[in-house]
Design a protein around this ligand. Structure first.
Ligand code: BGC
Length: 746
């Protein structure tokens, strides 16, 4: 009788709550297939739906009630009625760890206790330079700065720390890294990339993915990466965000695809799609990119999520669909798995109708649902949908994390110019610190810092230092006046007076933080007020040190000759201001190198790996490639001398074996990145003048000579030919390291 009542209890439990299908570890797809068989169509399209946190919160969308609270009725509508599979974002600004934990707990409790299938929700966030939506989360320098370190080990460690703080918040999915190669210097998202070179982007991208995911993304200290934005997003013709790219197949494969291929090999679990169009076809509706290329050719089996409202945009902006319903059909049939809808239920309703009407096949739906459930499984969400006890995350916002952020900044910051060794400064010099970037945390953090655009100083962590404050910890005589902002002078008389009373002018200039559409610009030139202000200061005859804090390489041609030293600080973050100060006073010997070409003229935005027809040839009247600073440029306070380049072709291993000696001939220890370029001297597709094929950074003590010994695979010299195939042709190649060159012949 006892056991009979137990049986009845068990049955009533199953009937009331549904059965929690145990997902077997050994064969995850087997159990997921079983689970899919139990799902209604509504539950399936629910899994493919991703909603903004606003939709389930108290208040209006984009105008939530403060302090933030989940709305229990809206939450149940999303999870119980619609079976929504994923939630994203933050309600306007960063939250505390405790608040994140309570949000995730409430969401997962409803999903796993009040639905019959108990499928956990996949929460996604943009933690693009640290856990930037976690109050007190560690902000690292922006990705472009991280690339300037040429130190993938450091970058991987930062990604691991980001994963740690993101999981501590209960969030297992990070919409990062940006693997778009920054081939368009005007683009508002250059700072989110790893620069203009394919090889650097590949190495940094892979390091980031490894840091996020580790060996097993279900680890409670790891998260899933999301490589984005597939494909061709960063080469819009106009430079404006989310607009048309025109990319021939050769270029698409040569410059834009390799980072994604490398990320797939590194095991990235998801991909986000480019909001723009390539050759007139919006990528969200492009089956040949999303299915033929991504799935059939590259074999990617993870989740493809749209970008923000991008299915709606097929209809409203791209105008390739005559209704929202047609847009849903186009996108899902092209290969989208999950729609970042994100503010209503129309996607779910319309997709359900489309399947019932036979316009979208059930197999297409099952395929996407399987990928989504598999990702949840791979993240361990079926076993533990909640944040593990927050006490298991003692390192959140720890000194060790912010120290690592500082270290990245100190290896990223790039010394572009240092006439007469004006730097480092000595402690007894009177410094006049000025400019809009000098005394602002907002400016050094950049976008994606506690808010989307990162421009509201209310969210600045006042315990951190601005550049001015950091300077004052290092130098005893520092005066300050902002002097100008982006469009006008400010208190100019006081500024000039203070400048007159100083030995050195430290001008911190750059660009107001922005990303995506708000970051679109009409000219790459630095804003006029800043240029004019520097000109004004230069009449005083004091050495000017220009510190650049900016989203992208704003053109400084007019003022460059007026500055004795120039430092590219990128957006070093609130932990990076100390690194700026430590470089100025010589505690840190700079070792960053430009991961982008710094252009000189607004209409000559050529990159380092341009073709021979773009080379400067003044005799011939060809004013072409003549940048302000070359890709890979970066000075040190010591000198490095390269010698004994020795290149051998190893036919057995199909490798090029390279040795080179680097001697630190100066009096200071320093780090040097050796960049190995290869030029294909003749090829059936007009070759680049050179391509970076390898880099390595090492510490070299004063007086020390280091032998660098490395190999490049023959296959790395291949290029995409006229038939869209990677080939390596016979002929001669030149290896260039520093000013040394050697030819080889295959
Ligand atoms: C951006 C994506 C981001 C998404 C979610 C979009 O506007 O383009 O990069 O991941 O928003 O916040």
């Amino acid at each position: 009788m006892k056991s009979f009542s137990k049986l009845i209890l068990l049955f009533s439990f199953i009937i009331l709550t549904g059965f929690n299908f145990p997902i077997c570890k050994d064969n995850p797809t087997h159990d997921i297939d079983k689970l899919i068989k139990k799902m209604t169509l509504k539950q399936k399209v629910g899994q493919m739906t991703q909603l903004n946190l606003d939709v389930i919160s108290v208040g209006e969308i984009f105008n939530l009630k403060e302090p933030h609270q989940l709305d229990s009725a809206k939450l149940r509508k999303a999870l119980v009625e619609y079976g929504v599979g994923s939630i994203l974002n933050v309600g306007g600004h960063a939250y505390s760890l405790e608040h994140w934990n309570s949000i995730i707990k409430e969401i997962q409790s409803v999903a796993t206790k009040e639905t019959n299938l108990r499928i956990p929700v996949l929460y996604g966030i943009d933690a693009i330079h640290g856990a930037n939506y976690l109050l007190n989360g560690t902000l690292f320098p922006q990705p472009l700065a991280q690339a300037a370190t040429f130190n993938p080990v450091m970058v991987e460690k930062a990604a691991q720390m980001t994963a740690y703080e993101t999981r501590a918040s209960g969030i297992p999915w990070n919409f990062s890294p940006v693997l778009d190669v920054a081939r368009q210097p005007l683009w508002s998202r250059v700072f989110e990339t790893y620069g203009e070179d394919v090889y650097v982007c590949k190495r940094m991208g892979v390091a980031t993915i490894q840091g996020y995911q580790g060996k097993d993304a279900s680890d409670p200290y790891r998260v899933s990466s999301c490589m984005k934005h597939f494909l061709g997003y960063s080469w819009s013709f106009t430079g404006k965000d989310r607009t048309s790219s025109y990319i021939p197949d050769i270029q698409l494969r040569e410059y834009f695809l390799p980072t994604f291929e490398a990320a797939i090999d590194a095991g990235s679990l998801s991909v986000m799609i480019n909001s723009g169009d390539v050759n007139g076809i919006p990528v969200h509706a492009n089956k040949s990119l999303l299915t033929d290329l991504l799935r059939n050719e590259l074999g990617f089996d993870g989740v493809a999520v749209t970008d923000w409202e991008d299915i709606i945009k097929l209809y409203q902006f791209h105008k390739v669909a005559s209704s929202l319903k047609e847009a849903v059909k186009m996108a899902i049939n092209a290969g989208i798995d999950m729609s970042m809808v994100p503010n209503d239920y129309q996607f779910s309703d319309l997709l359900l109708e489309l399947v019932e009407e036979g316009e979208v096949p059930m197999e297409r739906i099952d395929e996407s649902v399987k990928r989504i459930l598999l990702m949840k499984k791979r993240l361990g969400l079926f076993d533990n949908p909640f944040t593990p006890d927050s006490h298991s995350y003692p390192l959140v916002a720890s000194d060790s994390f912010s120290n690592h952020s500082y270290k990245i900044a100190s290896e990223a910051i790039t010394l572009l110019k240092n006439n007469d060794q004006v730097l480092p400064l000595s402690n007894d010099q009177k410094i006049f610190c000025t400019g809009p970037m000098a005394h602002s945390l907002t400016m050094i953090n950049g976008s994606w810092s506690r808010t989307w655009q990162g421009t509201d100083p209310v969210w600045d962590d006042q315990s951190k230092n601005t550049i001015l404050e950091a300077l004052r910890t290092n130098f005893s005589n520092v005066s300050f006046e902002q002097g100008c902002d982006f469009d006008s002078f400010q208190n100019i008389e006081a500024a000039i007076q203070k400048a007159k009373n100083s030995d050195i002018i430290l001008a911190c200039m750059g660009e107001y933080p922005s990303t995506e559409k708000p970051g679109d610009i009409h000219s790459l030139e630095m804003e006029r007020a800043q240029l004019d202000y520097i000109k004004e200061l230069s009449t005083l005859g004091k050495p000017i040190i220009l510190v650049l804090v900016q989203n992208r390489t704003r053109i400084i041609r007019e003022i460059e000759p007026l500055c004795s030293a120039i430092i590219m600080a990128y957006q070093p973050s609130e932990n990076g201001s100390l690194a700026v100060a430590d470089i100025l006073n010589g505690k840190v010997n700079p070792s960053g190198k430009l991961p982008v070409t710094y252009p000189r003229n607004v209409n000559s935005l050529l990159l380092y790996d341009h073709r021979y027809t773009d080379e400067l040839n003044i005799d011939f009247g060809l004013e072409a490639f003549n940048p302000q600073y070359e890709f890979g440029h970066g000075l040190s306070y010591t000198n490095f001398n390269y010698s004994d380049l020795n290149v051998n072709v190893d036919s057995t291993k199909q490798q090029i074996h390279i040795q080179v000696k680097v001697t630190n001939t100066g009096t200071l220890d320093g780090k040097e990145t050796v960049l190995a370029f290869v030029s294909d001297n003749t090829a059936s597709v007009a070759p680049s003048v050179k391509r970076l094929r390898y880099f390595e950074k090492s510490m070299i003590s004063s007086g020390e000579t280091k032998l660098l010994d490395f190999s490049i695979d023959w296959s790395d010299l291949a290029f995409v030919n006229a038939n869209g195939k990677w080939i390596r042709e016979k002929g001669s190649y030149t290896i260039t390291i520093g000013s040394l060159t050697q030819n080889i012949y295959f």
